[in-house]
Design a protein around this ligand. Sequence first.
Ligand code: SF4
Length: 270
Amino acid sequence: MTVDIKSRTRDVDVVGRLHSIESFGTVDGPGTRLVVFCQGCPMRCQYCHNPDTWEFARADGTGPGTSMTVGEVLERYERNRPFYKSGGITVTGGEPMAQPDFVAALFRAAHEAPAGRIHTCLDTSAAMFSAEHAERFSALLDATDMVLLDIKTSDPALHETLCGMPASHALELGDELARRGIPTLIRHVVVPGLTDSEEECAAVGRIIGNWDNVVGLDFLPYHTMGKVKYDKLDIKYPLKGVKAMDAARAKELRTIALRARAQRRAERGR
Ligand code: SF4
């Protein structure tokens, strides 16, 4: 008992660097959720809507974002607890896995909340993860009920161009989540001329056909609404001139991906 109390005390005092908090999110995990946006992301996705979350705070605590403790985040949740009945807390970014100790402490404390266990969801691009250093994220994944995992593209070369980082991180995290059996929803942004070929979408389907823990697949049509933030921050918008993705076509491509997934599962005897 003494150990539990001590560890809870430590968890609520752990500090994270946050961009913002949304009180009633409905698109980042099941139900209505408190959505916590972390500050800092090492990727540079060309279609990113949140370039204002990219920059990491400096070691001396200056720079973008606001420091908050786990306890302060949970207070925000408790203020509106009745509204989160079938929801919980989602941590997104930026990149939440860049602050694994903070998110692990938040999720542990959420599970142990005196007023009742809170469902925890991690929304990640996996940029920080590698199989070689999986133990760095072990405590975080131990306390994670669900993951929203981005598969940006199946094509390793395109991945580097599109996001500025290798594809291997997401694939290795996908393997780890499958090994652990953590329910995972895959997200894939469909960008005209980049990630909208039938071959690409089938390849995404084959990748996720290797993971038996996948509980859903979202194909998100690229839209241009993020451009205004780039203008505001005076950053060049990399997808200038690319039109928004047709939502109906994105739906068809998702069906192709699901078919390829089913084929892959059948090959594996699932
Ligand atoms: S991983 Fe997410 S936050 Fe980071 S650049 Fe890509 S879309 Fe933006």
